[in-house]
Design a protein. Structure first.
Length: 247
């Protein structure tokens, strides 16, 4: 039987192992995602986006830093207790110094990113929940990183998460996302096992084409400096919501 989102204890997400494997240094693949997203955000005047949301924020701060270039208010939506606790520390105490190179690259590629890491996080508000708890059309811009394909093994549930992602913005609301390509069920740290739903550029294009306009889908090659989770790189996406999809 495929593992569904609700089968997983997300409160036990191994934050420290995940950070150690992925974010204690700036890897080439994430630098490529940042470059792609900076090109997207440079299309917005500073403060021109009223409400942004980061879906399934996890302990990854760079999408929040990127959104700060354009957004007056950013909700970081997260379901897991361990991720919530980490984000709370980052937002309300001093953020980890390991995020400074990420911030520096974001600011260099898009000078509208606030000049300090703390300033980039000052508009972020932590929200306990997931895609299913968000009202339709509540945001002007939605961002999602490595969530829908890493939250279930079931392709129909993956598609539902993508529909809800699009549905959480107003019609013509903006979308930016990144997915792990061909991610199988995988391990973090010594033992923990987490669901994966293998998708690629063709599948992402097929799923999002009926939901969006101005859809652009790209590929980032696999990064040998990252752990081998069985994926084959990353898929990046931008677009606008064509209409509010039924969820």
């Amino acid at each position: 039987m495929a593992i569904l989102n609700d089968d997983v204890n997300w409160d036990s997400w191994p934050v420290e192992d995940y950070l150690a494997e992925n974010y204690r240094e700036l890897h080439l693949a994430d630098a490529a995602v940042i470059a792609h997203h900076c090109a997207f955000y440079r299309g917005f005047a500073p403060g021109s986006v009223g409400r942004s949301v980061e879906i399934g924020a996890g302990p990854n701060l760079y999408p929040l830093i990127l959104a700060a270039a354009a957004s007056r208010h950013i909700d970081a939506v997260e379901a897991g207790a361990s991720n919530m606790a980490y984000l709370d520390r980052q937002l309300h105490r001093a953020p980890d110094p390991s995020w400074l190179p990420f911030h520096a690259l974001c600011h260099r590629l898009n000078p509208d990113v606030p000049a300090t890491l703390e300033g980039s996080l000052s508009s972020v508000h932590l929200v306990h929940g997931d895609l299913r708890s968000l009202p339709p059309g509540g945001y002007d811009l939605a961002s999602m990183h490595f969530v829908a394909e890493g939250a279930t093994e079931d392709f129909e549930e993956f598609k539902d998460f993508c529909r809800r992602f699009v549905g959480c913005v107003v019609p013509d609301g903006h979308l930016v996302a990144a997915f792990m390509e061909n991610l199988p069920t995988y391990r973090i740290g010594a033992a923990s096992r987490w669901p994966g739903c293998p998708v690629d550029t063709d599948i992402i294009t097929e799923v999002f084409t009926p939901l969006t306009n101005r859809l652009a889908v790209g590929h980032i090659p696999s990064d040998p400096t990252l752990p081998d989770y069985g994926d084959s790189g990353m898929v990046v996406l931008t677009g606008v919501a064509a209409a509010r999809p039924a969820v």
